[in-house]
Design a protein around this ligand. Structure first.
Ligand code: ZN
Length: 244
Protein backbone atom coordinates (compact mmCIF):
# COMPACT_ATOMS: atom_id res chain seq x y z
CA UNK A 1 0.00 0.00 0.00
CA UNK A 2 1.35 3.37 -1.04
CA UNK A 3 1.74 6.58 0.83
CA UNK A 4 -1.46 8.57 1.30
CA UNK A 5 -1.66 12.34 1.26
CA UNK A 6 -4.73 14.21 2.51
CA UNK A 7 -5.49 17.47 0.73
CA UNK A 8 -7.94 19.58 2.70
CA UNK A 9 -9.05 23.17 2.93
CA UNK A 10 -11.82 25.73 3.32
CA UNK A 11 -11.97 24.57 6.92
CA UNK A 12 -13.40 27.97 7.84
CA UNK A 13 -13.09 27.66 11.61
CA UNK A 14 -15.38 24.61 11.75
CA UNK A 15 -13.72 22.44 14.41
CA UNK A 16 -16.56 19.89 14.47
CA UNK A 17 -16.01 19.12 10.78
CA UNK A 18 -12.20 19.28 11.04
CA UNK A 19 -12.08 16.78 13.91
CA UNK A 20 -14.16 14.27 11.94
CA UNK A 21 -11.96 14.74 8.86
CA UNK A 22 -8.73 14.24 10.80
CA UNK A 23 -10.17 11.15 12.47
CA UNK A 24 -10.99 9.79 9.03
CA UNK A 25 -7.45 10.59 7.82
CA UNK A 26 -6.06 8.50 10.68
CA UNK A 27 -8.33 5.55 9.91
CA UNK A 28 -7.45 5.78 6.19
CA UNK A 29 -3.70 5.63 6.86
CA UNK A 30 -2.95 9.22 5.80
CA UNK A 31 0.60 10.24 6.75
CA UNK A 32 0.98 13.57 4.94
CA UNK A 33 -1.15 16.68 4.57
CA UNK A 34 -1.52 19.61 2.21
CA UNK A 35 -3.85 22.51 3.03
CA UNK A 36 -5.55 24.61 0.35
CA UNK A 37 -6.23 27.54 2.71
CA UNK A 38 -9.13 29.42 4.30
CA UNK A 39 -8.46 28.04 7.77
CA UNK A 40 -10.59 30.83 9.29
CA UNK A 41 -13.82 32.75 8.56
CA UNK A 42 -17.57 31.89 8.65
CA UNK A 43 -17.54 29.51 11.64
CA UNK A 44 -16.89 30.04 15.32
CA UNK A 45 -13.65 28.18 16.14
CA UNK A 46 -10.78 29.97 14.38
CA UNK A 47 -8.33 29.49 17.26
CA UNK A 48 -8.96 25.76 17.62
CA UNK A 49 -8.73 25.19 13.86
CA UNK A 50 -5.53 27.19 13.53
CA UNK A 51 -3.94 25.23 16.36
CA UNK A 52 -4.96 21.96 14.72
CA UNK A 53 -3.71 22.95 11.25
CA UNK A 54 -0.44 24.31 12.63
CA UNK A 55 0.10 21.05 14.53
CA UNK A 56 -0.07 19.12 11.22
CA UNK A 57 3.13 20.98 10.29
CA UNK A 58 2.28 20.76 6.58
CA UNK A 59 2.32 23.13 3.60
CA UNK A 60 -0.59 25.61 3.79
CA UNK A 61 -1.46 28.24 1.19
CA UNK A 62 -3.24 31.53 1.86
CA UNK A 63 -6.98 31.74 1.31
CA UNK A 64 -8.90 34.98 0.83
CA UNK A 65 -10.35 34.74 4.35
CA UNK A 66 -6.89 34.14 5.82
CA UNK A 67 -5.85 37.27 3.94
CA UNK A 68 -8.86 39.35 5.13
CA UNK A 69 -8.17 38.49 8.76
CA UNK A 70 -4.41 39.09 8.53
CA UNK A 71 -4.27 42.17 6.28
CA UNK A 72 -3.60 45.29 8.33
CA UNK A 73 -4.92 47.89 5.94
CA UNK A 74 -7.94 46.06 4.60
CA UNK A 75 -10.90 48.37 4.05
CA UNK A 76 -13.88 46.53 5.53
CA UNK A 77 -16.21 49.21 4.11
CA UNK A 78 -16.12 47.25 0.84
CA UNK A 79 -17.55 44.15 2.54
CA UNK A 80 -21.17 43.41 3.18
CA UNK A 81 -21.90 44.04 6.90
CA UNK A 82 -22.19 40.34 7.82
CA UNK A 83 -18.86 39.50 6.18
CA UNK A 84 -17.15 42.45 7.85
CA UNK A 85 -18.58 41.39 11.21
CA UNK A 86 -17.06 37.91 10.86
CA UNK A 87 -13.66 39.30 9.90
CA UNK A 88 -13.65 41.63 12.92
CA UNK A 89 -14.87 38.90 15.27
CA UNK A 90 -12.24 36.45 13.99
CA UNK A 91 -9.43 39.00 14.50
CA UNK A 92 -10.52 39.39 18.11
CA UNK A 93 -10.23 35.64 18.71
CA UNK A 94 -6.64 35.32 17.45
CA UNK A 95 -3.38 36.41 19.01
CA UNK A 96 -0.56 38.25 17.27
CA UNK A 97 1.34 35.06 16.53
CA UNK A 98 -1.65 33.50 14.76
CA UNK A 99 -2.26 36.67 12.74
CA UNK A 100 1.40 36.76 11.68
CA UNK A 101 1.24 33.09 10.70
CA UNK A 102 -1.76 33.82 8.47
CA UNK A 103 -0.11 36.91 6.99
CA UNK A 104 3.03 34.93 6.11
CA UNK A 105 1.24 32.11 4.26
CA UNK A 106 2.38 31.75 0.63
CA UNK A 107 -0.11 31.94 -2.26
CA UNK A 108 1.25 28.76 -3.84
CA UNK A 109 3.33 25.76 -2.78
CA UNK A 110 4.99 23.35 -5.22
CA UNK A 111 6.55 20.03 -4.22
CA UNK A 112 7.00 16.60 -5.79
CA UNK A 113 5.23 17.43 -9.04
CA UNK A 114 2.26 18.92 -7.28
CA UNK A 115 1.11 22.48 -6.76
CA UNK A 116 -1.31 23.76 -4.14
CA UNK A 117 -3.17 27.07 -4.51
CA UNK A 118 -6.33 28.41 -2.91
CA UNK A 119 -8.08 29.70 -6.01
CA UNK A 120 -6.28 29.50 -9.37
CA UNK A 121 -2.71 29.71 -10.68
CA UNK A 122 -3.83 32.67 -12.80
CA UNK A 123 -2.92 35.52 -10.41
CA UNK A 124 -3.49 33.55 -7.18
CA UNK A 125 -3.43 36.80 -5.18
CA UNK A 126 -6.67 37.92 -6.89
CA UNK A 127 -8.61 34.86 -5.65
CA UNK A 128 -10.58 34.34 -8.88
CA UNK A 129 -13.17 31.57 -9.12
CA UNK A 130 -12.92 28.59 -11.47
CA UNK A 131 -16.38 27.37 -12.45
CA UNK A 132 -16.06 26.92 -16.22
CA UNK A 133 -13.78 25.62 -18.96
CA UNK A 134 -12.45 29.05 -19.87
CA UNK A 135 -11.34 29.76 -16.30
CA UNK A 136 -9.84 26.26 -16.06
CA UNK A 137 -7.97 26.83 -19.33
CA UNK A 138 -6.55 30.08 -17.97
CA UNK A 139 -5.35 28.23 -14.89
CA UNK A 140 -3.67 25.49 -16.97
CA UNK A 141 -1.58 28.10 -18.82
CA UNK A 142 0.05 28.98 -15.48
CA UNK A 143 -0.01 25.48 -13.95
CA UNK A 144 3.49 24.04 -14.45
CA UNK A 145 3.03 20.72 -12.62
CA UNK A 146 0.87 17.77 -13.76
CA UNK A 147 -1.32 18.04 -10.66
CA UNK A 148 -2.67 21.13 -8.90
CA UNK A 149 -4.99 20.97 -5.89
CA UNK A 150 -7.17 23.93 -4.98
CA UNK A 151 -10.42 25.01 -3.29
CA UNK A 152 -12.12 28.40 -2.92
CA UNK A 153 -15.49 27.57 -4.58
CA UNK A 154 -16.24 24.91 -1.92
CA UNK A 155 -17.45 22.67 -4.78
CA UNK A 156 -15.61 19.42 -5.58
CA UNK A 157 -14.61 19.50 -9.24
CA UNK A 158 -11.89 18.15 -11.53
CA UNK A 159 -10.62 19.61 -14.79
CA UNK A 160 -8.36 17.54 -17.03
CA UNK A 161 -6.14 19.05 -19.71
CA UNK A 162 -5.48 16.82 -22.70
CA UNK A 163 -3.84 17.62 -26.03
CA UNK A 164 -7.31 18.11 -27.51
CA UNK A 165 -8.61 20.45 -24.84
CA UNK A 166 -9.97 20.81 -21.32
CA UNK A 167 -12.54 18.39 -19.94
CA UNK A 168 -14.55 18.35 -16.76
CA UNK A 169 -14.60 15.06 -14.84
CA UNK A 170 -17.04 14.06 -12.11
CA UNK A 171 -15.44 14.38 -8.69
CA UNK A 172 -15.19 10.71 -7.85
CA UNK A 173 -12.42 8.14 -7.44
CA UNK A 174 -10.14 8.58 -10.46
CA UNK A 175 -6.76 7.32 -11.64
CA UNK A 176 -4.74 10.19 -13.07
CA UNK A 177 -3.35 9.45 -16.52
CA UNK A 178 0.22 10.24 -17.50
CA UNK A 179 0.77 13.08 -19.97
CA UNK A 180 -2.23 15.06 -18.82
CA UNK A 181 -2.69 17.89 -16.35
CA UNK A 182 -5.23 17.92 -13.56
CA UNK A 183 -6.75 20.84 -11.66
CA UNK A 184 -8.52 19.30 -8.69
CA UNK A 185 -10.89 21.16 -6.39
CA UNK A 186 -10.88 19.28 -3.09
CA UNK A 187 -14.15 20.80 -1.82
CA UNK A 188 -14.62 22.23 1.66
CA UNK A 189 -14.16 20.75 5.12
CA UNK A 190 -16.13 23.40 6.97
CA UNK A 191 -18.75 24.86 4.61
CA UNK A 192 -19.57 22.66 1.58
CA UNK A 193 -21.60 24.44 -1.11
CA UNK A 194 -22.46 21.74 -3.64
CA UNK A 195 -25.77 20.88 -1.99
CA UNK A 196 -24.25 18.08 0.08
CA UNK A 197 -23.59 19.32 3.64
CA UNK A 198 -21.06 16.61 4.49
CA UNK A 199 -17.43 17.61 5.16
CA UNK A 200 -15.24 17.02 2.11
CA UNK A 201 -11.58 16.37 1.44
CA UNK A 202 -9.36 14.35 -0.91
CA UNK A 203 -6.90 11.52 -0.41
CA UNK A 204 -4.16 11.14 -3.03
CA UNK A 205 -2.04 8.01 -3.39
CA UNK A 206 0.94 8.99 -5.57
CA UNK A 207 2.10 5.39 -6.27
CA UNK A 208 -1.34 4.45 -7.64
CA UNK A 209 -1.98 7.98 -8.99
CA UNK A 210 -5.35 7.58 -7.31
CA UNK A 211 -7.55 10.51 -6.21
CA UNK A 212 -10.38 9.68 -3.80
CA UNK A 213 -13.01 12.11 -2.52
CA UNK A 214 -14.14 11.56 1.07
CA UNK A 215 -17.53 12.85 2.29
CA UNK A 216 -18.23 12.69 5.99
CA UNK A 217 -21.17 13.38 8.25
CA UNK A 218 -20.34 15.54 11.25
CA UNK A 219 -22.30 17.24 14.04
CA UNK A 220 -23.76 20.17 12.09
CA UNK A 221 -26.02 21.14 15.01
CA UNK A 222 -22.96 21.58 17.23
CA UNK A 223 -21.27 23.87 14.69
CA UNK A 224 -24.51 25.85 14.34
CA UNK A 225 -24.81 26.33 18.12
CA UNK A 226 -21.27 27.67 18.27
CA UNK A 227 -22.07 30.21 15.52
CA UNK A 228 -25.19 31.38 17.37
CA UNK A 229 -23.42 31.48 20.74
CA UNK A 230 -20.68 33.65 19.20
CA UNK A 231 -23.31 36.07 17.89
CA UNK A 232 -22.26 35.54 14.26
CA UNK A 233 -24.86 35.99 11.47
CA UNK A 234 -27.66 33.37 11.56
CA UNK A 235 -27.29 32.74 7.82
CA UNK A 236 -23.88 31.19 8.49
CA UNK A 237 -25.50 28.60 10.75
CA UNK A 238 -28.43 27.91 8.42
CA UNK A 239 -26.33 27.32 5.30
CA UNK A 240 -24.32 24.51 6.96
CA UNK A 241 -27.38 22.26 7.02
CA UNK A 242 -28.11 22.97 3.35
CA UNK A 243 -24.60 22.58 1.99
CA UNK A 244 -24.81 26.04 0.40
ZN1 ZN B 1 -13.45 29.49 1.39
Amino acid sequence: MGKKIAILGDIHANIDALNVVLGDCASQGVTEFLCTGDVVGYNACPRECMEMVRSLDCPVVKGNHDHYVAAENLNLEDFNPAAAAVVRWTREQLDGDDIRWLADLPFTVTAKGMTVVHSTMDHPENFGYVFDHQQAETNFIQQKTPICFHGHTHCPMIYEKQMSGVFRIDPQEIHLKPGRKYFINVGSVGQPRDGDPRATYVIYDPAERLVTYRRLEYDIAAAQSRIRAAGLPERLAARLALGQ
